[in-house]
Design a protein around this ligand. Structure first.
Ligand code: GUN
Length: 314
C-alpha cells in the first residue's frame, strides 16, 4: 500500500474508458464484417431535465463514435405512462434496436419501475430490469448496470487487491450501491453497505480497504473517514457555486475559485478532494473518474446485446 504521506495515485477512469471504447469500436467492426449487423442503441428522454439532456447527448455521441446506430427519442414532459410503455413495446419489437435506455429520472406521474419492467431484458443495457438484477444476485451472466461494472473494471485495471479485503459502499441505490456491493462480493470482498440511516458511518468507512462513495452529498467523505492507503472511488458529481463551499473543498486553489467566480461553479464528488488526496492510496477524480466509464460500459453492453441477438436462434 502507498504510505499515507504520498498523495493518492489516480484511478484514471477517463483513460480506461478510452481503451474500452476503442475495444467496442473494434467489436462493432467485426460484427458488421462477419454478420452484417450494426449495433443499435436507442435512448429515450422524457422531459427537460438539464443534466439528463447532457448525459443523453454524450451517450448518443459515444455510440456513434464506436460505429453504432444511435438514436434519441425525445418526448415532452406531459407524456403519459401509457404512451411511454407503447414506445418501449415498439422498440422491444424492432430488430434493429439492440439496446434501449430510458433516461432517469422520469417526470412525476410515470412509474419508473413499470417502465423498466416493460423492457425486453435482452435489450436492457442499463441492467435495471428485475431479471438482470436477479441474475446479478444469483451470480448468473446477464447485462450489468453500467456504473458498478465500470467501477469494478477501474479497480481491476489498477490491480487493486479485492479478495479478502474490506469494501464499504456508501449508498444503497438500485443503480449503484446495491449492484456494486454484489459485484464486490463476487470478487471475494467483505462488503458493508452504509446509507443515510447508518450510525457511526464515519467509523465504518474508515475501516475500508476499498471505499466507494455514492451517497449524493458533496464532499461528505472527509480525511478521517478514509483508512490511510485505501482505494477510494468517488461516484458523486455536484456543482459547487458558493465560494465558501469551494474553499472548504479545494482550499485556495486558484483555478477552482476562478471557475466559481467566472463560470458560476466547479464540480466536486462525494469525497473531499484535498483531504482524500492526502490520505488515500488511490483516488478516482471528479470529473474524469467514474463518469466516462459509465458510458463506456453502456457501449459494451449494447455491443454484447447485439452480438447475442446476432448469434442466437429465434
Ligand atoms: N440517470 C442517472 N444515471 C442513469 C443511468 O445509469 N441510467 C439511466 N437510464 N438513467 C440514469
Amino acid at each position: 500500500m502507498t504510505p499515507a504521506s504520498e498523495p493518492a495515485r489516480i484511478l484514471d477512469g477517463a483513460a480506461l474508458a478510452q481503451r474500452i471504447r476503442a475495444g467496442v469500436g473494434d467489436g462493432c467492426r467485426r460484427l458488421r464484417e462477419r454478420r452484417g449487423v450494426v449495433p443499435g442503441l436507442t435512448v429515450v428522454l422524457v422531459g427537460e431535465d438539464a443534466a439528463s439532456q447532457i448525459y443523453v447527448r454524450n451517450k448518443e455521441k459515444a455510440a456513434r463514435a464506436a460505429g453504432m446506430e444511435s438514436h434519441v427519442v425525445r418526448l415532452p414532459t406531459a407524456t403519459s405512462e401509457r404512451e411511454l410503455l407503447g414506445l418501449v413495446g415498439e422498440l422491444n419489437a424492432d430488430p434493429a434496436v439492440h439496446g434501449i435506455l430510458v433516461q432517469l429520472p422520469l417526470p412525476e406521474g410515470i412509474d419508473s419501475q413499470r417502465v423498466i419492467e416493460a423492457l425486453d431484458p435482452d435489450k436492457d443495457v442499463d441492467g435495471f430490469h428485475p431479471l438482470n438484477a436477479g441474475r446479478l444476485f444469483a451470480g448468473l451472466p446477464g447485462l450489468l448496470p453500467c456504473t458498478p461494472a465500470g467501477i469494478l473494471r477501474l479497480l481491476e485495471h489498477h490491480e487493486i487487491p479485492l479478495a479478502g479485503k474490506r469494501a464499504v459502499v456508501l449508498g444503497r441505490s438500485n443503480i449503484v450501491g446495491k449492484p456494486l456491493a454484489l459485484l464486490l462480493l463476487r470478487r471475494n470482498c467483505t462488503v458493508t453497505i452504509c446509507h443515510s440511516r447508518t450510525t457511526n458511518l464515519a467509523e465504518i468507512a474508515a475501516s475500508a480497504d476499498v471505499l466507494v462513495a455514492a451517497i449524493g452529498r458533496p464532499g461528505l467523505v472527509t480525511g478521517e473517514m478514509i483508512k490511510p492507503g485505501a482505494a477510494v472511488v468517488d461516484v458523486g458529481i455536484h456543482r459547487v457555486s458558493e465560494e465558501s463551499e469551494c474553499r472548504r473543498l479545494y482550499g485556495d486553489d486558484p483555478e477552482r475559485l476562478a471557475a466559481v467566480r467566472e463560470r458560476g461553479g466547479t464540480l466536486v464528488g462525494d469525497v473531499h478532494p484535498l483531504e482524500a488526496r492526502r490520505r488515500a492510496g488511490w483516488l478516482s477524480p471528479v470529473p474524469g473518474g467514474v463518469g466516462p466509464l459509465t458510458i463506456a460500459l453502456l457501449l459494451e453492453n449494447t455491443l454484447a446485446a447485439a452480438e447475442r441477438a446476432a448469434t442466437s436462434v429465434h
